[in-house]
Design a protein around this ligand. Structure first.
Ligand SMILES: NCc1[nH]cc(CCC(=O)O)c1CC(=O)O
Length: 318
């Protein structure tokens, strides 16, 4: 009998589809079966605004505990929800090839951002999305919303049956919508020039105990599953966030692309009202994890030198 690797997951529909895809890919690369272990997290249970719950990593802590308590062997996270600090005893052993990085508008009546009537209400729980929306369309009314993807979609008038329909549009990650089969509800993919995504958006992280990363029934499969260009890109993006001492609820966007020769990293720091957007680019030919990290740190320091801490209300020093 092949051993069964226990794969930890949040219980939301999005987490379950993500985890199942990862578990199936890993099992196909190795000689093992898998079983899903569902773990509920503070982020799922608490309906308060994410910015009110405060701390980063509300979706992640319980999964990490399950790993450390040996209740599962690997855990699958949305990379953008993962705090930038190291977790003692744990390793991100695989970053699979990333999906669509963009944010997506889901509006009533097929409307695009430019087509939304003046004063339209747009829901998002993300200060980064709110600030960039305000910068593009200062007339919009931005509403702080919470809940899983379907709950948010139900807030848009006429978009899905039976929802409250009290908003004109919401903004969500295209990757999540696509993984849930809801891409048909997207009325505009927002270009990164207008809406820079969250660091790590569209990417997943497969974490395991550090002891298992080198030698275990699934270690080899994890190494094969790791996608270097994605790992480099998200490393650079997250280094910006880390150097700015900010978390996933900060008004900060970052996106890196990797070609054969160079890594190009862009980042934006916003004031909450969208009145000030500080946007910078850094390019490096050092395509190593260390090189990607340095690019992120250099870019963050450039942003700090241009006033990022004051603009976004951060405590990081230059
Ligand atoms: N913070 C919640 C979260 N974490 C990951 C995704 C979507 C998938 C992704 O970005 O990888 C979402 C929902 C959203 O932002 O729309």
């Amino acid at each position: 009998m092949t051993p069964a690797v226990r794969v930890g997951t949040r219980a939301s529909a999005l987490a379950l589809t993500q985890t199942t895809t990862v578990a199936e890919s890993l099992a196909a690369l190795g000689e093992f079966g898998y079983e899903l272990v569902r773990v509920s997290t503070t982020g799922d249970v608490n309906r308060a605004s994410l910015s009110q719950i405060g701390g980063t990593g509300v979706f992640v802590a319980a999964l990490r505990e399950a790993l450390l308590d040996d209740n599962c062997d690997v855990a699958v996270h949305s990379l953008k929800d993962l705090p930038t600090g190291e977790a003692e005893g744990l390793t991100v052993a695989a970053v699979p090839e990333r999906a669509d990085i963009r944010d997506a508008l889901c509006a009533r009546d097929g409307l695009t951002l430019a087509g939304l009537p003046e004063g339209s209400s747009v829901g998002t729980g993300s200060p980064r999305r709110a600030a960039q929306l305000r910068a593009a369309r200062p007339d919009l009314s931005i509403i702080d919303i919470r809940g899983n993807v379907d709950t948010r979609l139900a807030r848009v008038a006429g978009l899905v049956d039976g929802g409250p329909g009290d908003l004109d549009a919401v903004v969500l990650a295209a990757a999540g919508l696509t993984r849930l089969g809801r891409q048909g509800l997207i009325t505009e993919y927002l270009a990164p020039e207008l809406m820079l995504p969250a660091p790590g958006q569209g990417a997943l992280a497969v974490e395991c105990r550090s002891d298992d990363a080198g030698a275990s029934v699934f270690a080899q499969a994890l190494r094969q599953y790791d996608h270097l260009p994605t790992r480099l890109a998200v490393t650079a993006e997250r280094a910006v966030l880390r150097r700015l001492e900010a978390g996933c609820t900060a008004p900060i966007g970052a996106h890196a692309t990797v070609t054969d020769d160079v890594l190009t990293l862009e980042a934006v720091v916003c004031s909450a009202d969208g009145g000030r957007l500080l946007r910078r680019t850094e390019i490096t030919a050092d395509l190593s994890v260390g090189g990607a990290t340095s690019a992120g740190v250099v870019l963050a320091e450039e942003l700090l030198a241009s006033g990022a801490a004051e603009i976004a209300g951060l405590s990081a020093d230059l």
